[in-house]
Design a protein around this ligand. Structure first.
Ligand code: SF4
Ligand code: SF4
Length: 139
């Protein structure tokens, strides 16, 4: 009997994805990035005195064990809050894929701040155009 290794791998990733969705739903997390990755460079991490990323993580995906920061991949929503709080540039790297297929990556707090500013300006622009389009219907 032959074994279809590709089928087994895709079944495994489908099962992992379904498990992750269930876990996040149970935690009340409705919006998150489906695909991404997080890498922590334990060689430059100042975890013994720091652990700020663990405190900042909204889903408790990060934890301290065996003298280093570890990640529960299934709980990660690739929000980059850990990058924003990290005291060492390029220590944590978050890569995530948007629904339009674009890939973003963050490894410095400044990059995460730039993204947050872009989001809030976009929200402001949307709000202003919504308010003005509503008003113009009354003029
Ligand atoms: S990207 Fe967000 S959810 Fe994932 S480990 Fe960092 S802070 Fe936690
Ligand atoms: S915030 Fe950065 S330096 Fe601090 S524990 Fe986390 S990864 Fe290490």
């Amino acid at each position: 009997m032959s074994i279809d290794i590709f089928h087994m791998l895709s079944e495994d990733s489908r099962r992992r994805r379904a498990g992750r969705e269930e876990l996040l739903r149970a935690m009340g997390v409705k919006e998150y990035f489906i695909e991404g990755s997080v890498k922590i460079d334990s060689k430059i991490c100042q975890g013994i005195e720091c652990k700020l990323c663990i405190k900042a993580c909204p889903t408790n995906a990060l934890y301290w064990s065996y003298g280093r920061v570890n990640l529960v991949e299934e709980l990660c929503v690739y929000c980059a809050a850990c990058v924003l709080s990290c005291i060492v540039d390029d220590c944590i790297k978050v890569v995530r894929k948007r629904t339009d297929g674009k890939t973003e990556s963050f490894s410095k707090p400044a990059e995460a701040i730039k993204l947050l500013q872009a989001i809030s300006s976009k929200r402001r622009v949307n709000l202003v155009s919504r308010v003005f389009s509503v008003r113009s219907t009354f003029i």
